[in-house]
Design a protein. Structure first.
Length: 273
């Protein structure tokens, strides 16, 4: 069912040459025709810094096997272009039979929940197919389709925006079940085309080198018990006020398991805490 795949379709060619010239144009006076003979500035150093020059490097990604709910989050980025499959025109009459839908981890590991979930998908497919066979246009019949039906699409995004996207979405609170496999696929692809310091600069959590959690207001309710979901283990390690007697998080039945798994994942990506 869950078979996400990330492919880098295109990347700006000759990154060292492009960055060296961009830097020299702004910082020096050498004629363009002389730059081929010069030792240009180190592109890796330029791109690993948070400078507008990283917006000159563009990537086109193909993401497959992810649900519509993921795309609803992905395409919120203001500095990217998106083009994804439309359920208005796709033939989706066998989506459940083909397993073309997303199963959240919390459902996958619960036998009863998974059985009901897959049964529901089968019923949705049956209803959708009946509507289509009865002459209802697919653009109207699509109203019964689930948010977790898988579609594929493409995204064009520059390096600076991609850094911000990866940093924000790898956060413990930011629905990592959707994002971790996509970010993991992106990092594997980026390792083929980016120089080492630049690649390393992609791997920062949003709270990296900060004195305060950027989304503390979302984490505290998870600690006090107002929100039943587990809190971020990095917040508990680095930002929790020791004078405040919060212990609800320790009662979460799967907290230790969740914490261990999260640390394993961010370390596998080379992410800095």
């Amino acid at each position: 069912m869950n078979r996400p795949k990330v492919t880098l379709l295109s990347v700006t060619q000759d990154i060292p040459g492009v960055m060296g010239r961009v830097w020299e144009i702004a910082k020096g006076k050498a004629p363009l025709e002389d730059m081929d003979k010069m030792i240009l500035a180190d592109a890796d150093t330029i791109l690993s810094a948070d400078l507008p020059t990283s917006e000159y490097i563009n990537f086109i990604w193909c993401v497959e096997g992810m649900p519509r709910a993921f795309w609803d989050q992905f395409d919120r980025s203001r500095h990217a272009a998106f083009w994804e499959q439309s359920v208005r025109i796709l033939d989706l009459t066998t989506f459940a039979k083909n397993g073309e839908y997303w199963i959240p981890e919390s459902i996958e590991k619960d036998g009863f929940a998974k059985a009901r979930y897959t049964e529901c998908m089968d019923n949705i497919e049956l209803t959708y197919k009946s509507l289509i066979n009865n002459g209802v246009p697919s653009e109207d019949a699509r109203g019964v389709l689930p948010l977790h039906i898988n579609v594929r699409g493409t995204c064009c995004i520059n390096l600076r925006a991609l850094k911000a996207l990866i940093s924000n979405r790898i956060c413990f609170i930011a629905q990592g079940s959707y994002w971790l496999p996509v970010v993991h696929g992106m990092m594997l692809e980026l390792a083929r085309v980016l120089p080492p310091k630049t690649l390393r600069s992609m791997a920062h959590l949003p709270c990296y080198k900060k004195d305060k959690c950027p989304i503390e207001s979302n984490v505290i309710p998870r600690i006090t018990g107002e929100d039943p979901n587990p809190p971020c283990p990095i917040f508990l390690k680095r930002f929790l006020n020791k004078d405040m007697q919060y212990d609800v998080y320790a009662k979460h039945p799967e907290y230790d398991q969740i914490k261990t798994k999260y640390y394993e994942l961010i370390r596998s990506l080379g992410m800095d805490e």
